[in-house]
Ligand binder design. Structure first.
Ligand code: HEC
Ligand code: HEC
Length: 195
């Protein structure tokens, strides 16, 4: 069903224009990313309140196939290939202005551990403080994405694909991911979702 919806939306607008970003978001992106980008399923990342620069970089990354993990291939490559630069910019602008939402809360001990990793890193293991790039509150900044409120399962999958090299669009983040053990990753993503 979903591919049919996608085809009909895209085919009805062979050259998607920038001013159609809001309409496109509500007709097409909504099916997976939710109203206002506030997705309810960890299969699909939240886009609301994400930084505009980061959203632009990701949509171009899908288009250029540098984000090569299997979910990106299956879901985002075809969609992104239909979007020109102006549309990418205006979709990014649209989602960056949608209000932030927090995710579900989890185990309190895990959250406390995760907060410590986020704010201070784990010097013994060479893990840097995530806050140094992603912002003190995890709200992101420019090319550094917002992580606060994002689905923990989605964040875990991204750490894994940075580690196994299928998501190769950000060498700096791949290097960070390699320092994270599975338990550390679990703690920090549980913390982030709760923000
Ligand atoms: C059929 C489902 C589906 C539709 C429709 C869809 N997406 Fe996605 N999108 C995904 C999935 C799944 C991912 C996560 C890919 C991964 O895990 O690598 C994703 C990831 C993204 C990301 C990366 C987010 C991040 O935090 O890195 C952006 C940006 C994005 N989509 C934008 C859009 C836009 C804009 C539209 C509409 C033009 C759209 N998507 C339509 C399924 C979809
Ligand atoms: C030196 C800077 C830097 C540090 C430190 C850093 N990151 Fe990142 N991170 C990035 C960049 C840059 C990206 C965006 C990559 C891109 O454009 O695709 C990113 C992306 C991510 C993503 C993917 C987000 C999404 O929506 O798909 C996750 C998850 C992530 N970082 C987690 C962490 C965690 C957890 C830590 C701390 C252990 C951390 N990062 C520390 C620079 C950093």
């Amino acid at each position: 069903m979903l591919p049919l919806i996608i085809c009909s939306v895209l085919l009805s607008a062979p050259s998607v224009r920038a001013q159609d970003a809001g309409r496109l978001a509500k007709q097409l992106c909504v099916a997976c990313h939710g109203v206002s980008g506030d997705s309810k399923s960890p299969m699909f990342p939240k886009l609301n309140a994400q930084t505009s620069d980061y959203l632009v970089a990701q949509l171009k990354g899908f288009r250029q196939h540098v984000r090569g993990e299997s979910d990106a291939r299956a879901y985002m490559w075809a969609i992104a290939s239909q979007l020109d630069d102006a549309t990418v910019a205006s979709l990014a602008d649209y989602y960056s202005q949608q209000p932030a939402t927090t995710g579900g809360t989890g185990d309190a001990t895990l959250i406390a551990e995760g907060q410590k990793i986020f704010e201070q890193g784990l010097p013994d293991k060479g893990v840097p403080a995530c806050a140094s790039c992603h912002g003190a509150q995890g709200h992101g900044n420019g090319q550094f994405p917002r992580l606060a409120g994002q689905h923990a399962d989605y964040l875990m999958r991204q750490i894994e694909v940075f580690q196994n090299g299928t998501r190769a669009n950000a060498p700096v983040m791949s290097a960070v991911a390699h320092t994270l053990g599975k338990d550390d990753a679990k703690a920090v993503t549980t913390f982030l979702q709760s923000q």
